[in-house]
Design a protein around this ligand. Structure first.
Ligand code: NAD
Ligand code: TYD
Length: 354
């Protein structure tokens, strides 16, 4: 089991990163956590309001492609671990603007790898560079089969190919320079603080506001959904106990066709809002399919269970109901993201410190 004093988390103002930061501050009282985030449209510091005055937490606004900044951060904070989540993460945006994905996901990852290698040149010891990746690098499954850690890479969108490239870079820095690394590839996450352009928060918001529910194609695509806090727990465990050079798949063993999931969300939101059962079904709108839409993702997570003892802690029904409640009870958060008001939070809280 490793122990860290100073952890760099990249992309901590995003959906998963904010849960990871909270988890590390709670589970690892000996560690300082520095959050490096460029605050793109997906970065929202209000996700971390509850920890911002914690003396073991610091936020730095910056781009993972900025080599000079990262070198300085390694010098100032003497990180002994990096948890790298910063990325452009939305497939639809990658179809619209692939170059931003190549820049952040590929060049940004290479910049961080180089910075860690240089800063740790005197000896790697127990230090670790942990790269957070996605199951989408494995491509698309037909009706049967699961992605294992041995499945050949077959990325099919600009997002997934940029993440696949970054995984290859991480492995090559390990093999060429001996950099201690660990990688995990996770299935679709759901839970609080997810940017409402992704399926689940988008549908909850649109059901609440009686707006159209856009289903791509026929809604037959399948995703394996995992509660974000279970992903954050898996990340904490892999960071501290994952074997150097090893890859771990993380998943929920919880496959849903998009159309079935949207029906379940309609049921939960209508019930919570006191509407008649099935009231919002009329909002379902089938729209043009996503270009190159992957049919099915599903994860074999037996390695992380066998080697590190991790399994999801809650059932999907429980997690989904809690998630619906969270978005309905945090309408202000949803509205501030939708209106763009959340982007002013940095100015208010940190703007005068620059
Ligand atoms: P997100 O889009 O919610 O957050 C990404 C964060 O990275 C944001 O805070 C953004 O400001 C920051 N960022 C983007 N470009 C940056 C740059 N150049 N420099 C510094 N910061 C930058 O994403 P997420 O859903 O939290 O995903 C986090 C990571 O987990 C990503 O690497 C993603 O590929 C991976 N992942 C996500 C899922 C999922 O279901 N969301 C599943 C598996 C893996
Ligand atoms: P998304 O949340 O974008 O995650 P990913 O593409 O990384 O799996 O989408 C999840 C699934 O939902 C995917 O099959 C695309 C589909 N989808 C819709 O049908 N309508 C929508 O409005 C969105 C955002 C997604």
């Amino acid at each position: 089991m490793r122990n860290f004093k100073s952890i760099l988390v990249t992309g901590g103002a995003g959906f998963i990163g904010s849960h990871v930061i909270r988890k590390l501050l709670i589970n690892r009282p000996e560690a300082k956590v520095v959050n490096l985030d460029a605050l793109t449209y997906a970065g929202n510091l209000t996700n971390l309001r509850d920890v911002e005055t914690n003396s073991r937490y610091a936020f730095v606004k910056g781009d993972i492609q900025d080599a000079a900044l990262i070198e300085k951060l390694f010098a100032d904070y003497t990180f002994d671990a990096v948890v790298h989540l910063a990325a452009e993460s939305h497939v639809d945006r990658s179809i619209e603007n692939p170059m931003a994905f190549l820049q952040t996901n590929i060049l940004g990852t290479a910049t961080l790898l180089n910075a860690a290698r240089t800063a740790w040149a005197e000896g790697f010891g127990d230090r670790i560079f942990y790269h957070i990746s996605t199951d989408e690098v494995y491509g698309s499954l037909e009706a049967d089969g699961l992605f294992t850690e041995e499945t050949a890479y077959d990325p099919r969108s600009p997002y997934s190919s940029s993440k696949a490239s970054s995984d290859h870079l991480v492995r090559s820095w390990h093999h060429t320079y001996g950099l201690p690394v660990v990688i995990s590839n996770c299935s679709n996450n759901y839970g609080a603080f997810q940017f409402p352009e992704k399926l689940i928060p988008l549908m909850i918001r649109n059901i609440r506001d009686e707006m159209p529910l856009p289903i791509y194609g026929e809604g037959i695509n399948v995703r394996d959904w995992l509660w974000v806090e279970d992903h954050a727990s898996a990340i904490d465990i892999i960071l501290h106990a994952g074997a150097n050079g090893r890859t771990y798949n993380i998943g929920g063993l919880n496959e849903w066709k998009n159309i079935d999931l949207v029906h379940e969300l309609i049921r939960l939101v209508d019930k919570a809002l006191g509407r008649p059962e099935g009231y919002s079904k009329k909002l379902i709108t089938f729209v043009k399919d996503r270009s190159g839409h992957d049919l099915r993702y599903a994860i074999d997570a037996s390695r992380i269970e066998k080697e590190l003892g991790w399994t999801p802690s809650i059932k999907f029904e429980e997690g989904l109901a809690a998630t619906v409640d969270w978005y309905l009870n945090n309408g202000d958060w949803l509205d501030s993201v939708t209106s763009g008001a959340y982007q002013k939070y940095y100015e208010t809280m940190y703007g005068n410190r620059e």
